[in-house]
Design a protein around this ligand. Sequence first.
Ligand code: SF4
Ligand code: SF4
Length: 57
Amino acid sequence: MAYKIDENTCIACGTCIGECPQGAISEGDFYVIDPAVCIGCGTCADVCPMGAIAPEE
Ligand code: SF4
Ligand code: SF4
């Protein structure tokens, strides 16, 4: 299952990008996870200081 970033909670610190083993997170107008690339490992959610990342429902 892919993970998703809550753009209203994200403070754009950039921590998650460096921790994703798949390179699934990109920085545009908002930080976003590509669901086609994300393997659902949860690493990004573990490192996010804001708790902005969660499994996509
Ligand atoms: S769950 Fe894992 S693969 Fe998916 S975006 Fe987060 S760190 Fe990357
Ligand atoms: S680690 Fe969390 S707060 Fe930081 S850029 Fe990623 S989603 Fe946003």
